[in-house]
Design a protein around this ligand. Structure first.
Ligand SMILES: NC(=O)C1=CN([C@@H]2O[C@H](COP(=O)(O)OP(=O)(O)OC[C@H]3O[C@@H](n4cnc5c(N)ncnc54)[C@H](O)[C@@H]3O)[C@@H](O)[C@H]2O)[C@@H](O)CC1
Ligand SMILES: Nc1ncnc2c1ncn2[C@@H]1O[C@H](COP(=O)(O)OP(=O)(O)O)[C@@H](O)[C@H]1O
Ligand SMILES: [K+]
Length: 500
């Protein structure tokens, strides 16, 4: 599945117009019909009652007029409010405004007269066309919480930028159900908008699937082992911290082994050997005094993937270890302290990175390495399309010259020539992952997949998908140690559903 920008959506629509496949009017009618059908499908017990329909000055409002007409035909009592001047509606919205006006009233949105408590509210104020702050009514953001009605947003809850999922202006709507037309937009899976969308359903309006847009990471296949020696699945090296700091790297190591690396070695300073020896079995343990010792270890080319950062400390020793790993030209994951260690001199890090590296920052680590991009991503939104987390990850990947995985429920995986989103949202929402060590486990999954020979973007995307799936499978009470332990069940299910 792919997600689109507003511009990509308009282009698909234009192409369909030019080829004569559909007209704007037909698409608007299909959008309205699909919306009504989906509302009734989602809430089969919703009997005809009162519906409040809020229409805006563009084609999103046009969809609202179609919904008004259709619900009226099904016996609903419609209270329709319009924002803006009906004389300025674009042609198809104007035509549907006229068709509705033959059936019922159009009240200005600013008219606060209450016409009864609605059972359903349809937000058709703004969709993909919102580009500047709009002074939306104060009550709009409260519809979901303060009214008993079901709230449905057409295309996008109004006030959100459909390219970035960021709020444009002071207020924005929240819905129980959002109905995206033709395809989900980036804003449905990025930023704060997904929470405001409630549930998301995509409505087919008869436009062709062009394959445009950014790919959403889906269930991986091909992870089952199929013969061969353990070295056929690679040997991951994880670098651990000093005494008492080893838990994070042990979790990373176990995750790398569970995801199928043939061998995993945890290398720690001599003083931490005993502690780790008492805690490890299948993961091998190695003593590594300093960066020179690491360079010597890496002469063994069977060590084909390295993970470093979790529990490593953010001082000069870590910078030396990062330098050594990058100089050895290995597939690698730099996480946590391996990133923070370069907070004072990110350019030093960027100068050494290469395409086999994956950086896995959370928001804080991202801001340390890319403060300007973090400001753009988190600063005030003046106009749309707003600078998104996807834009930030892409710019970071270009600057770093490697794959960057920006963590969150909306994880973005970007390389200089590819970008994907992993959405732990809607029916894959996994708030249980907000637990210490989930990121260390992700680092292990990615390192294990790199050891197995996957390219960085694939390894990062699959790692993020597996992490979420483990959390969903485990359910409430999740702690990070549980994640690798439920992975076998996830892998078994993937194998059972594998094509062919
Ligand atoms: N593109 C397509 O193929 C389809 C689009 N449809 C609908 O059309 C919508 C997009 O329509 P539009 O591009 O007209 O945009 P919208 O209806 O989302 O809103 C933008 C309209 O409001 C104006 N506007 C923008 N910011 C404003 C502000 N701050 N204050 C006042 N007015 C402002 C714009 O000039 C424009 O007229 C989609 O979200 C969807 O609901 C559907 O009818 C199905 C087909
Ligand atoms: N609410 C959430 N929904 C989905 N995924 C989440 C959520 N919170 C955290 N995650 C994921 O869990 C991991 C946490 O990583 P991180 O913040 O580095 O944790 P730690 O440093 O404790 O290991 C990331 O992969 C992140 O995307
Ligand atoms: K809307």
């Amino acid at each position: 599945m792919h997600v689109l920008t507003a511009e990509e959506m308009r282009e698909i629509e234009r192409t369909a117009m030019d080829s004569g496949t559909a007209s704007d009017r037909v698409l608007m009618e299909r959008a309205g019909c699909g919306a009504v059908a989906t509302i009734l499908e989602e809430w089969p017990d919703l009997a005809p009652g009162r519906v409040l329909i809020l229409c805006g000055p563009g084609n999103n409002g046009g969809d609202g007029f179609v919904v008004a007409r259709l619900l009226h035909g099904l016996g609903w009592t419609v209270d329709l409010r319009l924002l803006g001047d009906p004389g300025k509606l674009p042609p198809d919205a104007a035509a549907n405004h006229a068709a509705w006006s033959a059936l019922g009233d159009v009240t200005p949105l600013v008219d606060g007269t209450d016409k009864g408590d609605p059972d359903l509210i349809v937000d058709a104020l703004f969709g993909t066309g919102l580009t500047r702050p709009v002074d939306l009514p104060e009550t709009l953001g409260l519809l979901r919480t303060e009214r008993r009605a079901k709230v449905v947003a057409l295309d996008m809850p109004s006030g959100w930028c459909s390219d970035s999922g960021r709020r444009i202006g002071a207020r924005a709507a929240e819905a129980h159900l959002t109905l995206a037309f033709h395809a989900a937009k980036r804003g449905h899976v990025l930023g704060d908008a997904p929470e405001a969308c409630g549930m998301l359903r995509v409505i087919d309006i008869g436009l062709p699937d062009t394959g445009d847009g950014v790919r959403l990471v889906g269930a991986p296949n091909g992870l089952a082992k199929a013969g061969g020696h353990k070295y056929a699945y690679g040997h991951a090296l994880v670098l651990g911290g000093g005494p008492g700091k080893g838990g994070a790297a042990r979790m990373t190591s176990r995750a790398a082994l569970r995801v199928g690396a043939g061998l995993v070695t945890l290398a720690v300073p001599p003083a931490a050997l005993q502690e780790n020896a008492a805690r490890l079995d299948a993961v091998m343990l190695s003593s590594m005094r300093d960066a020179d010792a690491l360079a010597e270890m890496l002469e063994d080319t069977r060590l084909n993937a390295v993970a470093l950062g979790p529990g490593l400390g953010s001082g000069g020793r870590t910078r030396e270890l990062v330098r050594t790993v990058l100089a050895a030209d290995r597939a690698c994951v730099l996480d946590a302290d391996a990133l923070t260690a370069f907070a004072q001199a990110p350019d030093d890090l960027f100068g050494m990175l290469h395409p086999k590296a994956v950086l896995t920052p959370h928001g804080g680590e991202f801001a340390r390495l890319f403060p300007d991009l973090a400001n753009l991503m988190n600063g005030p939104v003046e106009s749309g399309p707003a600078f998104s987390r996807l834009d930030a990850a892409q710019a970071a990947a270009d600057r770093a010259g490697c794959t960057v995985l920006l963590k969150g429920p909306d994880t973005v995986i970007a390389s200089p020539d590819d970008v994907r989103i992993h959405a732990a949202l809607y029916d894959r929402s996994a708030p249980g992952l907000a637990t210490a060590g989930a990121g260390d486990t992700l680092t292990g999954f990615i390192a294990g997949l790199l050891a197995r020979g996957l390219d960085p973007v694939e390894a990062a995307g699959r790692g993020a998908w597996l992490l979420t799936e483990c959390a969903l499978r485990f359910g409430p009470g999740l702690i990070a140690e549980d994640l690798p332990e439920v992975l076998p069940g996830v892998l078994a299910e993937l194998a059972a559903h594998a094509p062919g």
